[in-house]
Design a protein around this ligand. Structure first.
Ligand code: SF4
Length: 315
């Protein structure tokens, strides 16, 4: 069976989307260019989000002390060894809030990356309160020349959760940023965490239904992974009953139900996350992401289900 997104896979997979868009596999190269975040430097908070420790996600070739060109060159080298097929790359400004500077400085950084042969676009990870009309107008203009995704940390669509994790903005701000970005024809990505404290299975499913009404293009889901030396690690020690701990099987079962609710037009970039080994407070699943993904697709097949099976447009 061919699904609404034009393939036989049971969800609208990112790798297929890129093959359609670019004619081949495209690999992201993550960058850390030394940004900070207004939730850390005192502008809207100091402690940061309680789950945040960016070191847990950065690959070894990321070092803000290195130039963009060096990080990209080393990233290309790293990926060429793992995935020989990629010859086109996206520069992924990932660490912290990558629109948190004057526009002129941002333009210089993004354009340094775009000048490197093989880089066909940029993905810019940021907070919804770190964009404004001027920056979005710039991204609109840039989108006319290359592939651009602005990826927002949504994390939760519940204000009580955003408050609890010290996010420093509310869901109304997130929706504003997503809408303003989409309105300009810029690709909009979102990142969600499944399992933040106080959220229940019903909340996860209701959140998928709510998100499905937003004008997103891409979505990433990560299970909550509590990282050492974060405020959440302390909270977990004090109130473990407020946290859901998933086995891989339990999580994928839940993810299947989330995907069933999800807007079929959303490209799903990830269904689970991976932190650097040894950084998590709880024991990890001990399997690589390709195994997680294969297991997930087998589960969809066993249940004869797919992305958007229960998606309703009337919300
Ligand atoms: S998760 Fe993002 S927004 Fe929150 S403190 Fe970390 S860098 Fe800042």
């Amino acid at each position: 069976m061919t699904y609404a997104w034009g393939t036989e896979r049971r969800f609208n997979a990112y790798s297929d989307h890129f093959k359609k868009q670019f004619g081949e596999r495209v690999q992201k190269i993550t960058l850390d260019v030394g940004f900070t975040c207004p939730n850390r430097d005192g502008t809207c908070g100091t402690g940061g989000c309680t789950f945040c420790n960016n070191k847990a996600f950065n690959p070894s070739y990321n070092d803000p002390g290195k130039s963009i060109a060096d990080q990209i060159r080393q990233g290309m080298e790293f990926h060429r060894k793992r995935y020989r097929k990629a010859s086109q790359y996206l520069a992924y400004f990932q660490a912290y809030s990558n629109t948190y500077a004057e526009l002129e400085k941002l333009q210089d950084l993004y354009e340094q990356a775009l000048d490197i042969p093989g880089i066909v676009g940029i993905v810019v990870g940021t907070r919804p309160d770190c964009v404004d009309e001027e920056k979005l107008d710039y991204f609109k203009e840039l989108s006319g020349k290359c592939y651009v995704v602005v990826e927002y940390g949504i994390e939760s669509v519940l204000n009580r959760t955003l408050q609890r994790v010290n996010r420093g903005h509310d869901v109304e701000k997130t929706l504003w940023a997503v809408r303003e970005t989409a309105r300009r024809g810029i690709h909009v990505g979102g990142h969600m965490i499944i399992g933040l404290p106080g959220e229940t299975r019903n909340d996860f499913l209701e959140s998928a239904r709510e998100l499905s009404t937003w004008p997103l293009n891409n979505i990433k889901f990560h299970q909550l992974q509590i990282i050492h030396q974060t405020a959440m690690a302390q909270e977990f020690r004090e109130q473990p009953w407020d946290f859901v701990s998933f086995t891989m099987e339990e999580y994928l079962q839940l993810m299947m139900e989330i995907i069933e609710q999800l807007n079929p037009s959303f490209v799903v970039e990830r269904v689970a996350g991976e932190v650097t080994p040894g950084m998590g407070v709880q024991e990890g699943w001990g399997v690589r992401y390709d195994v997680v993904l294969r297991t997930f697709e087998e589960l969809l097949s066993q249940h004869d289900t797919w992305q958007g099976k229960y998606y309703k447009t009337d919300k």
